[in-house]
Design a protein around this ligand. Structure first.
Ligand code: HEC
Length: 220
């Protein structure tokens, strides 16, 4: 029967309606944007192989469309960071369309080399860690290389601002809905120079626990 036939087609597991493939396009985005946490020794289940990613296809589509993955709690445009994990619109559509089209593997000859374990190890910027609980006055000029999340309540939101003695306000970081799943360290694109007397303040300050990581270069 014609009706039954088309029903089968629409529900079949192997109906591929996209040219996007894991081997060619999707693995490249996943290696770059997801593998940092999703690898065998990582914080989340591995997504380095087609066989690992395929069973998660529907969940991958949902997580990226809702912008829950990669988890990056920092609001864009407030401070500037080195490893912004946020996906571009193109990357979101690429992943979503691949899943929608049946999540095919494609020609494995096109597969890029999987990232090496060393490059996947958590990037920890070097520098002295200064504990921060909501507010702090910088006694001696310092250069702020990164901010590291402490253990905080899930869902906590706050802005971190530096206020210099001449009244300049420097936006550092805006965390919207803290989650322990997300990035732990926010490394600035360029170390932020904070002259003596600068006040670093969290708004609201309640419950904010961080480490400020001082860079080695000293401001003039
Ligand atoms: C900063 C670390 C990090 C990055 C980067 C990251 N994830 Fe995750 N992801 C996690 C953690 C942690 C979990 C929870 C794992 C668990 O519960 O075992 C998770 C869970 C998931 C889940 C399961 C969600 C559910 O519960 O159904 C999916 C799907 C997923 N990630 C996809 C992705 C994709 C796709 C990317 C890249 C575009 C990505 N993740 C990037 C940390 C990350």
């Amino acid at each position: 029967m014609a009706a039954a036939g088309s029903f089968d087609l629409a529900c079949g597991h192997d109906v591929i309606t996209t040219k996007l493939t894991w081997s060619k396009e999707v693995s490249r985005v996943v290696f770059k944007r997801c593998a940092g946490c999703h690898h065998p020794e990582g914080r989340a289940f591995p997504l380095l192989k087609y066989e690992e990613a395929r069973p998660w296809a529907k969940a991958i589509q949902e997580e990226v469309l809702r912008r829950r993955m990669p988890p990056w709690n920092a609001v864009k445009g407030f401070g500037e960071f080195k490893h912004d994990l946020g996906l571009s619109e193109e990357e979101i559509h690429l992943l979503a369309d691949w899943v929608e089209g049946g999540a095919p593997e494609g020609d494995t000859n096109l597969l890029p080399a999987a990232p090496k374990a060393a490059s996947l190890a958590a990037r920890k910027p070097a520098g002295i860690r200064v504990p921060f609980f909501g507010s702090l006055q910088v006694k001696q000029g310092m250069s702020l290389a990164a901010v590291e999340m402490g253990s905080m309540r899930e869902g906590l939101s706050f802005k971190l601002v530096a206020e210099t003695t001449d009244g300049t306000r420097i936006p550092l970081l805006w965390i919207e809905g803290f989650s322990a799943k997300a990035a732990k360290t926010y490394e600035f694109a360029e170390p932020v120079r904070l002259p003596s007397g600068t006040r670093i303040q969290a708004y609201p300050a309640e419950g904010v626990k961080l480490n400020l990581i001082r860079g080695s270069s000293q401001p003039r």
